[in-house]
Structures are given as structure tokens and as C-alpha cells.
Design a protein around this ligand. Structure first.
Ligand SMILES: Nc1ncnc2c1ncn2[C@@H]1O[C@H](COP(=O)(O)OP(=O)(O)O)[C@@H](O)[C@H]1O
Ligand SMILES: [Mg+2]
Length: 348
């Protein structure tokens, strides 16, 4: 059996599809196979497929299609490294590019929820009710100020889910099962994780396609990362074979210090191209914005913080070969301008 891995030129709604060897039983796909049929097949995992028709380029290729990196967990078991700041502002940056985005707050501290100006009110249905199977994700999804962005709020009682879920079956799959019917409605789904490798984070890792790991450029930056990588490998083996790191993001970065530069070099040696080129500088606007209930792009769009999260969104979209609706519009506008007519003074 051929084991080539390549990105196909197939794009639906500008989301790249990958064709790859897969650890699952492999289905022959013919020219007329629809992904709906593939998804229905009992020998494959329906979570990983889009469900609309797409034509395959060649007859009977022993390959499977799946979306790359649509569910992105923002994870690091250390607190205060910029997970929530990244979840809030990256989701806004993607949504402002016209990408349909869902932010799911998986942290009982509910800082992403608060950062979007929603109360952390325990009465409201939240991720807690979803994990316990009392509500569907769809029912508790809330709109935000940005049209293309929705949010699933968290609440303090989510902390109880860690204990209450222990008696439930498929306890690691609760979030993944809940996301499944909503997957196709969004191009990106971001999960803001708690600062622990607990059952909540496990649910996020099982639900995710990729991990985004924010880190501070400090001397002990790598401490704890080996534990995270170990967890990633265990989750991959036991629950979610395609899970991988999308990128490691340096946050609160101060390039004036030698230490920060040194740590960046070390991380580049360790993570290679998984270390993202974009770094998030320390910027007071990023710290202020949540108290106004807004992402930084709406609070101070010209700040360095807003700029850096725009850059992060661009980098992730480029890595995944996704062209956003705004990027398409910019391209169309540029080509419509075509060759500008040059007028010389005096303008007659
Ligand atoms: N780039 C940044 N510049 C300035 N302050 C930041 C930046 N990123 C995060 N912070 C602040 O640092 C604190 C911890 O960040 P947070 O995103 O909540 O981390 P985590 O979710 O990993 O615990 C928050 O008060 C936040 O406002
Ligand atoms: Mg947080």
C-alpha cells in the first residue's frame, strides 16, 4: 500500500484537505465516493471527515480525507502563560478575517467568558452542562460582538465536572462527542484549557486536532513541557491518533533581554519549525482589554498586542493553506485596481 503524505489541491470552503496514511482500517475511495459515505462507514472514525461531497482526483486511492487543524486546543498546564489571552485574541483575529470561529471555554476560571464581557454566572448553562450531557453545545452557544465568532461559556461549577465525570462512560470523549455535530459549522474551534492536566484538559486533548502551546520565554520554560508532551503521546496512543502540536507560541516576549533571545534560540532547537515565528510581546493593552469585556482588536486595534495576534492568525492560516474571506477580498481589490494609471502633475 502506498504511504505517501501530501496536501491535495482539493479545497472546500478554502479549508485544505490532507491525504495521509492512517492508522485506521483504510477504505478504498473511488471517484464517486462522497465523504458522507466514508463518514458512514463503520470501519472509520466519522469525526475526522467533512460530510459534504467532494470528488476524488484519482480512482481507488487507499487514502482517507480529513480536515487539518480545525479544533485547536490552547494548552499548557502552567497557569499565567497566556492561554486565555491567546484564546480570546486569536479567536477574534480569525473571526475578523471572516473565518467562522467558535471559542469554547473549558476552564472553570471562566476567564475567556469574562474576557468577552459575559458574566461568570453559575445559573447560565455552560461547558459544565455540555460535559455532563445535560445540554447540547448548540443550545448554549452565544453570539459575540463579532458576527463570525461565537462562544460557549464556562462557569465555576465546571470544576466539579472533574469528579462527577468519573462515573460516566466515555468520560474522556464528552467534549469530542458534543463538538461532533457542530464541527462543520465552524472553520476553527478553539478550546481554552485550564492550567492542569486534569480530566477537563484530557477532554480537550481528545477533542482537538492540534495543540497550540503558549509559553513564556523564561529560564524554566521547558520545565513541565516534557510532561505535556508525554501526555500528548499517551492521548495519541489511547484516544486520538492524529493529535499533534500545531505550534509553540512565545508570549509576553521582551526581545530587549538576552535571556529571552537565548530561550527563544533554545526553544527553536527543541521544537524546530513547531516554534511559531510570531511572538506576542508584553503589551499592557492585552492585559487591559478583558476588563472592558473585549478582545484587544476591538479595544485598541492599533496596539502592538492587536497587531501580534493578527500576525498569529495570518501565520496559522498560511501554515494550513487557508485563504480567509478578507484575504480573498483584499486580493480581488488589488487585482481590480490592476495597473494603476499614473497621472503626472499638473493633473489635467
Ligand atoms: N502579551 C501579554 N502582555 C501583557 N500581559 C499579558 C500578556 N499575555 C497575558 N497577559 C496577562 O498575564 C496574565 C495571565 O495571562 P492568561 O492569558 O490569563 O494566562 P493563562 O490563561 O495561561 O493562565 C493575565 O493577567 C493577562 O492579562
Ligand atoms: Mg486561562
Amino acid at each position: 500500500m502506498e504511504h505517501e503524505v501530501f496536501h491535495a489541491g482539493l479545497k472546500r470552503r478554502n479549508i485544505p484537505l490532507a491525504i495521509a496514511p492512517f492508522p485506521y482500517p483504510i477504505l478504498p475511495i473511488t471517484l464517486n465516493t462522497t465523504l458522507r459515505e466514508v463518514a458512514k462507514s463503520s470501519s472509520t472514525d466519522p469525526y475526522r471527515f467533512c460530510t459534504t461531497e467532494i470528488h476524488c482526483p484519482n480512482d481507488r486511492r487507499p487514502i482517507l480525507f480529513f480536515f487539518m487543524g480545525r479544533v485547536l486546543a490552547v494548552v499548557n498546564q502552567k497557569g499565567g502563560v497566556g492561554k486565555t489571552t491567546t484564546a480570546i485574541n486569536l479567536s477574534a483575529a480569525l473571526a475578523l478575517e471572516g473565518i467562522r470561529t467558535l471559542l469554547i471555554d473549558c476552564d472553570p476560571q471562566a476567564n475567556s467568558t469574562g474576557g468577552y464581557g459575559l458574566s461568570r454566572n453559575d445559573e447560565r448553562q455552560s461547558t459544565y452542562n455540555v460535559l455532563l450531557g445535560e445540554s447540547s453545545l448548540h443550545d448554549i452557544t452565544l453570539p459575540t460582538e463579532i458576527d463570525t465568532l461565537r462562544i460557549v461559556p464556562s462557569s465555576k461549577n465546571l470544576i466539579g465536572a472533574n469528579v462527577e465525570l468519573i462515573q460516566h462512560d466515555r468520560r474522556a470523549f464528552r467534549l469530542r462527542d458534543a463538538i461532533q455535530p457542530e464541527r462543520d459549522k465552524y472553520e476553527y474551534i478553539l478550546l481554552d484549557c485550564p492550567p492542569a492536566l486534569d480530566l477537563l484538559t484530557l477532554n480537550a486533548l481528545v477533542a482537538a486536532d492540534r495543540l497550540l502551546v503558549p509559553m513564556q520565554a523564561e529560564y524554566f520554560a521547558l520545565e513541565g513541557i516534557s510532561e505535556l508532551i508525554h501526555t500528548l503521546e499517551r492521548v495519541r496512543r489511547a484516544f486520538n491518533p492524529i493529535l499533534d502540536i500545531e505550534g509553540v507560541l512565545l508570549t509576553m516576549y521582551d526581545d530587549r533581554t538576552n535571556l529571552a533571545q537565548q530561550v527563544r534560540e533554545n526553544l527553536r532547537d527543541f521544537f524546530k519549525d513547531k516554534l511559531l515565528k510570531t511572538v506576542i510581546p508584553r503589551n499592557i493593552r492585552l492585559a487591559e482589554a478583558p476588563s472592558y469585556g473585549k478582545p484587544v482588536q476591538l479595544y485598541d486595534p492599533r496596539s502592538r498586542g492587536a497587531e501580534s495576534y493578527r500576525e498569529l492568525a495570518d501565520e496559522l492560516l498560511a501554515r494550513n493553506e487557508i485563504e480567509s474571506p478578507r484575504a480573498r477580498e483584499r486580493k480581488a481589490a488589488a487585482s481590480a485596481r490592476g495597473n494603476p494609471t499614473v497621472h503626472f502633475w499638473p493633473y489635467a
